[in-house]
Design a protein around this ligand. Structure first.
Ligand SMILES: Nc1ncnc2c1ncn2[C@@H]1O[C@H](COP(=O)(O)OP(=O)(O)OP(=O)(O)O)[C@@H](O)[C@H]1O
Ligand SMILES: [Mg+2]
Length: 235
């Protein structure tokens, strides 16, 4: 199996403050990888470094065999890495339709992919002429995911995609993401504080704490251990 993304010994941070202290991880073709860990562990910092918002201090980021560390965000996205940020990720003053047309236009997306996404996320059509900033939190998240999917050719990176979604729809949502990834042939890299979505979706899970990967493995085992630690032991 080929690797879509390889991160080797990555160090990154803000100004003089080192946050990621030598992170290594792999995402294989058509694989879903989860990163779980508490507040402040460095999950968002890792994703922002992959996307080129932060320049790494050292280490490698290899996407489809090509070194991309230090590249601008624009270049990284044009290579086909989709990104769904923790917050935002949509143009709030434009309508839903304008958001989609803008992104689909820039990335010259095929109308076929757009048709597929409209079928999977009917809210796009239902809310087409609504100004994106007036959508509910959950609807804004869905729009941000659709925009991420539009730009993703091979890899979609998501930061807390289930945040703001009601627990009742999380289960349905993870099923939907699985379908989308399979239909579009995408690998997913998902950071989540709440391990349950990752447990449903991921083939491999990495546990991050204080800027380091502490453990990695299959979700069944790891997520169970993490949930037990968090809820019963409090650390
Ligand atoms: N812009 C910034 N400037 C300085 N320090 C920052 C900045 N953004 C984040 N940090 C620090 O980096 C560390 C890692 O933060 P990060 O946002 O990567 O954590 P996280 O794992 O995504 O947490 P959460 O689950 O709360 O989203 C934290 O200590 C945080 O305070
Ligand atoms: Mg975060």
């Amino acid at each position: 199996m080929t690797n879509v993304l390889e991160i080797k010994n990555l160090k990154s941070g803000y100004g003089q403050v080192l946050i990621l202290n030598g992170v290594s991880l792999f995402v294989r073709d058509n694989e879903t990888v989860g990163i779980i860990g508490p507040n402040g562990a460095g999950k968002t910092t890792l994703l922002k470094t992959i996307l080129g918002y932060l320049k790494p201090w050292s280490g490698e980021i290899v996407y489809l065999g090509k070194r991309i560390e230090g590249m601008s965000t624009e270049k990284v996205v044009l290579l086909g890495i989709g990104y769904v940020p923790e917050r935002g990720g949509i143009l709030k003053t434009l309508t839903v339709r304008e958001n989609i047309e803008l992104v689909a236009g820039i990335f010259k997306e095929s109308s076929e992919k757009l048709r597929e996404l409209r079928k999977l996320f009917p809210v796009i059509d239902e809310r087409a002429s609504q100004v994106a900033g007036t959508l509910s939190g959950g609807e804004q998240k869905i729009l941000s995911i659709v925009l991420g999917l539009l730009t993703a050719k091979k890899l979609l990176i998501m930061d807390e995609p289930s945040a703001g979604l009601a627990p009742a729809i999380r289960k349905k949502f993870s099923g939907l993401l699985k379908t989308v990834a399979t239909e579009l042939g995408l690998s997913l890299l998902i950071a989540e504080q709440d391990p349950s979505l990752v447990a449903d979706l991921a083939n491999t899970v990495y546990v991050m704490e204080r800027g380091n990967i502490m453990r990695s493995g299959k979700p069944e085992e790891l997520v169970r251990v993490e949930v037990l630690r968090e809820h019963y032991l409090g650390f």
